[in-house]
Design a protein around this ligand. Sequence first.
Ligand code: NAD
Length: 350
Amino acid sequence: MRVARIIKTKEPLELQDIDIPNPAGAQVLVKVESAGVCHSDLHLWEGGYAGPQGVLMKVEDRGVKFPLTPGHEVAGTIAEMGPDVKGFSKGERVLVYPWIGEGSCPACRAGEENLCDAPKSLGVYQDGGYGEYALVPNHKYLVKLDDFDPSAAASLACSGLTAYTAVKKVAVKDGETLVIIGAGGLGLMAVQIGKAITKARIVIVDIDEKKLAEAKRLGADVIVNSGTGDPVQGVKDLTKGLGAEAVIDFVNNGKTAPNSFNMLRKRGKLVMVGLFGGSMEINLPLIPLRAFTITGAYTGKYSDLVDLVEIAKQGKLQSTVSRKFKLEDANKALEELKAGKIIGRAVINP
Ligand code: NAD
């Protein structure tokens, strides 16, 4: 089978022909129909995240090993199954839950394998979906898609699930203001999920007019271009000078994070999601004086993915896929994402 692999960071992915894995036990071999191209694949490819003073926090220091087949947003059909697989059949269309844990840490025991102490996520710590087939370690990581479009489904496994987790975390009440920073793959899902599961006013902030226009089309109530104006003032103007009840920062870099903090109202909640990186200086007394809650969110749990697929099957989420690439064009897909040319999500259809 053909796979596109990162052999060495910052170098083009290599197209290789390798043996098709033979599933044993409860393993399932999925024929990949669609694999989402996430900005996190770019961070992997670049070798890490920008830490303070721009120093790279290397993914290899965090347990990632190369060569690696990236791709954690995988939808396809079951090609082969190990003898212990139950409840699935060959040819069935499935979405893969990629946030696999080692199974025994406190998070795994609580059903939050995405927060495992020793993660084994597909496309990060073991081979993922940039290939014709992907080997899933256990049938318990599959969600049935029935006839749901695999390209629209793929991005639910990360951009959808992460946005769902973050929107649930802020728990905004009816009429409150939820600001979403970054109208990329994740932010556009968050706009739609915010509309689907809350009655908050959704404000989206980005530096790219085309992405803001797409957010508006997908239901955002207010768009703010932070490239041409001050987003903190923009949000204050919308909220009688008080600030927003909740902000989800899908960029979370040295520029956006201070703004996200400063646009919160008293008792506000900030969820940091993006991995663009950098650092910020925080005015510490403001955290207790204004009783802010600042938290992070990392992907989501299996049961939430099942719920999210149900929401999508009910027609409440539009596909954010704007570009489809062949496997041999995986480098092009990553380059275009890096250059900011992808609106919403790109997928690879091997
Ligand atoms: P993307 O490239 O699709 O979108 C990024 C968006 O941010 C673009 O619309 C871009 O115009 C906008 N942007 C860039 N700089 C900005 C700025 N200064 N102000 C406002 N907007 C700005 O990326 P994505 O796939 O949506 O991922 C976003 C980030 O989230 C990445 O760092 C990714 O690795 C990370 N991520 C985190 C998790 C998690 O669980 N925490 C999961 C998936 C992705």
